[in-house]
Design a protein around this ligand. Structure first.
Ligand SMILES: [Zn+2]
Ligand SMILES: [Zn+2]
Length: 138
């Protein structure tokens, strides 16, 4: 069981299953802006295994592209999960909101073509170089 929460603690969630797919460092502009950080650290979970256990009424969402809703804690702004209308059985979520150790490490840089110029990739992980240049949105 993995547990997570927003920054102020009002929204809490639990994941009863395992992470699906690799832990990914996503350098796309959406992940950067939505996290307020240099990149987003994300993984997939099955929607049936992801449960909001407190603060459901605090969740707000926005559409980052057609069919993609990003849910965040309205109380403090923490990003919580993403749902794609084409694959609603899978959710993406931000590892930064975890309170327990998933016991895996990241293995992939995604959309490194969009990475922030102040961030240097110095590891030897697989690097997918797609994405529009920094400062542009597609
Ligand atoms: Zn909060
Ligand atoms: Zn991204």
């Amino acid at each position: 069981m993995l547990k997570g929460s927003c920054a102020c603690g009002e929204v809490r969630y639990e994941i009863s299953g395992v992470l699906v797919g690799p832990i990914t460092y996503c350098h796309c502009w959406r992940c950067r802006k939505h996290s307020g950080s240099s990149f987003g650290t994300t993984a997939g979970v099955r929607a049936s295994e992801f449960r909001i256990v407190a603060g459901q009424e605090r969740l707000s969402s926005w559409k980052s592209s057609p069919g993609i809703d990003r849910f965040f804690a309205g109380c403090c702004g923490s990003p919580i999960y993403k749902r794609n209308a084409e694959t609603p059985e899978m959710l993406g979520f931000r590892l930064g909101t975890l309170d327990t150790d998933p016991k895996e490490v990241g293995t992939l840089h995604f959309q490194a073509g969009s990475k922030a110029p102040w961030f240097a990739i110095t590891d030897s992980l697989t690097c997918e170089s797609g994405g529009p240049p920094f400062g542009t949105r597609d």
